[in-house]
Structures are given as structure tokens and as C-alpha cells.
Design a binder for this molecule. Structure first.
Ligand code: SF4
Length: 239
């Protein structure tokens, strides 16, 4: 790169980094819905107790996600952050949570969009994926994402008194102009999801949870990669 190219490149990277930092500083110190939908609860435990250093290789993926979400508003109820105390069965606003001393039982989630369609409330979430230029297409919704939206249902009901019975994942293929594949489904009943959340919270708080070896750490994924940053620590701790 010559001097001009380097200056432009560096300015772009700095703008990207600023956006990431701004977004990260808005995160509240609570559990996140993704901690409860991970295929391995131990990984969520590690994330909370030994936060992994920022991985610059993920900047580009996160950057795409942020831009996409910010510029695709599907309803008035868009990008709403909800907080919920699992033990007390009580909703909080993010502002209230910032003033709490103890957030050990609080989970936070940000809902993409809440739509009202045919008198039904529908929780919508956008997910990008790599379809390898049309060679791979999503055929059914991922179970972990269905669970994510069912947890949002609990938070939404408690925080806003709105019961959304349906969810819809809008898959967008980033290898092919964000080609859209929407997939709708029934959300799980609220009480069952609350029981699930209580059980996961108990596991997370009682010490090191059992390891659940899965595609994140056994190389059995399309890229044949290890995605869990805690693999060494986990191997040391044993199953
Ligand atoms: S290495 Fe596997 S089993 Fe261990 S914490 Fe990570 S995902 Fe869980």
C-alpha cells in the first residue's frame, strides 16, 4: 500500500473499531440470553468468569451484524433491550440494572423487532449465514435460535405485558446479496422456558458446570475448526 492507501485503510479500521467499542460499552454486566442458549453451559460459565480477550478476527463479522441490524427496522418496537431477574420473576429496565449492586440473577436480551401480524405478536430476529454462493441453504430454524426467541418471549411478557406466541427467524445469506429466507414457528410456553432458565442459572452459579463437547470444540463443523476459546482450560479442568 502506498501512503494514501494506508491512510484510507487505517481510517476505515479506526471507524470500525470505534463502532465496536461504542457497542460493547453499552453491554450491561449481567447474563446474556446467548449464555442460556449455548450448546455448552460450561462455556457460558467461563465467559462470565474468564472473559476472552477481544478477537480482532471477529471484527468484520460483528461489523456486518451491527450495520445490518441498525439499518433494517421492521417495526416501531425495534432493537429493544430487556432485563429480567430469573429468581424474582421481575423485569427491569437497563437503566435500573445499572444501579443494582447484585446482578447475579439477571439476564439481558435485545430483541430485533416485534411485529403484529394478523392479531398476533411475532418476535423477529435476523441471522446472517454463509450459503457458499447458493451451495448451502437453510432448511429449518436452528434450535438454539428458537430457544433464544422463546426466552425473549418471557422477557417481553414480564417487561411489557405482551405475549408473543410466534417467532420468525429471517436468515440472510451474506454470500449472495443477503438473500432472505424467513422461517416462522411457535414459541415455547412461558412457564416451561422459565423452568429451563432457572435450571441453567442454578448450574451456572453452583461452580464449574459439566462439559458438553459439541461442534464448537470437536472440529465437527463445516470449517473443521475449534471455535471455543476455552478449549485448553476446559481440557485441564476435565469433563
Ligand atoms: S471446550 Fe467444549 S466442552 Fe469445553 S467449554 Fe468449550 S464448548 Fe464446552
Amino acid at each position: 500500500m502506498d501512503k494514501v492507501e494506508l491512510a484510507v485503510y487505517t481510517a476505515f479500521k479506526d471507524a470500525q473499531k470505534d463502532m465496536m467499542i461504542k457497542n460493547n460499552s453499552e453491554r450491561i454486566k449481567t447474563w446474556h440470553v446467548s449464555d442460556f442458549t449455548s450448546p455448552c453451559i460450561r462455556k457460558s460459565y467461563y465467559q462470565r468468569n474468564f472473559p476472552a480477550p477481544y478477537d480482532p478476527n471477529k471484527t468484520s463479522i460483528l461489523f456486518h451484524g451491527l450495520i445490518l441490524h441498525e439499518h433494517t427496522k421492521l417495526s416501531h418496537f425495534h432493537e429493544v433491550t430487556m432485563c429480567y431477574d430469573i429468581k424474582e420473576d421481575k423485569a427491569y429496565t437497563p437503566q435500573e440494572v445499572r444501579e443494582l449492586e447484585n446482578t447475579d440473577n439477571i439476564i439481558t436480551g435485545s430483541l430485533d423487532d416485534l411485529m403484529r401480524i394478523n392479531d398476533e405478536y411475532v418476535i423477529v430476529d435476523k441471522k446472517t449465514y454463509n450459503g457458499y454462493m447458493g451451495q448451502y441453504k437453510k432448511k429449518e430454524p436452528d434450535e438454539s435460535y428458537k430457544l433464544q426467541l422463546s426466552i425473549y418471549r418471557v422477557l417481553l411478557d414480564k417487561g411489557y405485558g405482551i405475549d408473543a406466541t410466534r417467532g420468525c427467524l429471517l436468515y440472510l445469506d451474506k454470500s449472495s446479496d443477503f438473500t432472505e429466507t424467513p422461517m416462522a414457528f411457535d414459541l415455547a410456553p412461558i412457564e416451561g422456558t422459565k423452568t429451563y432458565m432457572t435450571d441453567v442459572l442454578r448450574q451456572l452459579k453452583q461452580g464449574l458446570p459439566k462439559a458438553n463437547v459439541n461442534w464448537l470444540c470437536n472440529g465437527e463443523n463445516r470449517k473443521g475448526k475449534i471455535f471455543c476459546p476455552y478449549k485448553d482450560r476446559c481440557d485441564n479442568d476435565g469433563i
